[in-house]
Design a protein around this ligand. Structure first.
Ligand SMILES: [Zn+2]
Length: 125
């Protein structure tokens, strides 16, 4: 929920994620316009690409390529700070896989982060 900072640097990062996902939202698969061409009020539209942290930063998710996806504003708004499902993590690991590494390496790391986020959440309740 920190899309207020609309710096060129952020837009560039959003664009890289967007491009990596062929311009489609990570969650609903809707096509999103190129974030580099979006200015001002266009960035507020429901189909605008935003950077989403699959494992929320509030729950220990990292601000890195592995944990970031391009998601449309509508999906990003409904997801808020909930934890991702195991299925979403697998899709994320698949999306972020490196040729040099098997997909399970990313998945294992993300699963570990999800587990610690869950136990942190339980502790706080
Ligand atoms: Zn979406």
């Amino acid at each position: 929920m920190s899309e207020h900072r609309d710096s060129p640097w952020r837009r560039g990062r959003c664009h890289a994620l967007w491009q990596h996902q062929s311009g489609l939202c990570f969650h609903c698969g809707s096509p999103m316009p190129d974030p580099l061409t979006q200015r001002g009020r266009h960035r507020k539209r429901p189909n605008a690409a935003t950077i989403e942290h699959v494992l929320p930063r509030a729950l220990g998710g990292m601000e890195s390529w592995l944990n970031e996806v391009a998601a449309c504003r509508a999906c990003n708004a409904t997801k808020a700070d909930r934890l991702p499902s195991g299925m979403e993590l697998w899709r994320l690991a698949w999306l972020k896989r490196e040729d040099a590494l098997p997909v399970t390496a990313e998945a294992a790391m993300l699963m570990g982060l999800l587990r610690s986020a869950r136990s942190r959440e339980e502790r706080d309740e």
